[in-house]
Design a protein around this ligand. Sequence first.
Ligand SMILES: NC(=O)C1=CN([C@@H]2O[C@H](COP(=O)(O)OP(=O)(O)OC[C@H]3O[C@@H](n4cnc5c(N)ncnc54)[C@H](OP(=O)(O)O)[C@@H]3O)[C@@H](O)[C@H]2O)C=CC1
Ligand SMILES: O=C(O)CCCC(=O)O
Length: 486
Amino acid sequence: MSLSRLSSLRLFRQQCHVGGTWVDAEDGSTIEVDNPASGEVFGRIPSLTAAQVEAAIDTAQSAFIDWRARTAQQRADMLLRWHDLVLANREDIAILMTLEQGKPLAEAQGEVDYAASFLRWFAEEARRVYGETIPGAKPGQQIVVLRQPVGVTSAITPWNFPAAMITRKAGAALAAGCSMIVKPAEATPYTALALAVLAEEAGLPPGVFNVITGEAKLIGQVLTASPVVRKLSFTGSTAVGRQLMAQCAEHIQKVSLELGGNAPFIVFEDADLDRAVEGAMASKFRNTGQTCVCANRFLVQRSVHEAFVDKLAAAMAKLRLGNGFEPGVTQAPLINQAAVRKVQQHYRDALDKGARHVSGAVPDGGQGNFVEPVLITEVNPSMQLCHEETFGPLAAVMPFDTEQQAIELANATPYGLAAYFYSRDVHRCWRVAEALEAGIVGVNEGAISNPAAPFGGVKASGLGREGSRHGLEEYTELKYLCMGAG
Ligand SMILES: NC(=O)C1=CN([C@@H]2O[C@H](COP(=O)(O)OP(=O)(O)OC[C@H]3O[C@@H](n4cnc5c(N)ncnc54)[C@H](OP(=O)(O)O)[C@@H]3O)[C@@H](O)[C@H]2O)C=CC1
Ligand SMILES: O=C(O)CCCC(=O)O
């Protein structure tokens, strides 16, 4: 049993954290949590009732009144203590993450660092929530603009980054003076609950950071039906994001959506091919292809297509698939059977429509949730993978001839989260960067995640930005004071 890897069971909590107390469902119902590598059920979490979710909102509202009144420095100090505790417990959080999510332990450790970096960033930003003054319209008049916390906020987070997607939201919310209720994905609640243990140890006042678990639709309905909750931040699929946005319309709740992508990764003939392959590997195979910013389509200029494909195949041959706890493993199980079926479906559809299998095992679904990295080429826009994100280790390469064609192909998707391209021509770099319809563009760079940068998409990939000072502003409202001459 992998729980025995933990230094202690202190962080493994099987109850929700509401208002500073640990609670079960009032009707006793629970949900099983399994290990995607083995299918073994290793824990249960409460399935809270609607009344309990409503009570959590009331608790968060009381906590907000006190929290917003603290000084920015006090809030920053607590966020920094939380940051320090997260890093001090890096190993145990990473073990819980690998256990519930599957990712290789080294990647889980990296995610703990990444998650902590948001707490630090927003602790530092907490003291820089500046307003402004504007000259008035009449003698003696001043226009003063305040930034105030929006109030009680909620976060619905996905399973692919069980820690970082929470701290990226909660760090910003708490720094701004808001309280937050987090509903983590059913598949990965234990990382979230471990963060709650550490938030409590860091001295965050009861009710400022709450973690609730249960039936997603019910919780989403209660959170969006409440006039007290003033903002929802969601990361996950476009379909669910769209539904939640419609629900938020009822009380005109502010909404931030970080949704699916279909990232193009363009390699021009003037690119440094070795660096492009390095970037391609970082972008495509992080978290076994399960990130919203993973390259979904490689667009490669025809003159370097063969060389790029050979180099990519060679790099992919070094990947090692296995249980995330085994040393040296770089590719882990996918989250569930639905994820495996999606990779199979995209692969089969591509081959049926003319793609060529280059390397890797055919994804036939014969290994539980494990899928070997697979490389295909001769991809064309009629294929399903060009319209939906694969969220798995399928690398799909499509040749192109001109810069204009590459841009058109890259933008031919309803999504617009990340895009990448490699070129050594500085004029082309500006031209292409400006033309790509994406919220994030990696220019000669495959690893674009950073707490200091505004992360988010355009088109069907979402609304709003996370990280950076812009991420904090999403949790504030502007108030304009018109100060008369008196
Ligand atoms: N942008 C991104 O980072 C992500 C994109 N995706 C994309 O979405 C696809 C499907 O993944 P999936 O896990 O199903 O993503 P979902 O959008 O279903 O899940 C994301 C979060 O939303 C919750 N949720 C689901 N349905 C509702 C609802 N009706 N009301 C409120 N909350 C809800 C989930 O809860 P619960 O887990 O309890 O069902 C989870 O916490 C992936 O293959 C990928 O393409 C997925 C995850 C992250
Ligand atoms: O897939 C996601 O939604 C999270 C992206 C992780 C990151 O790079 O911040």
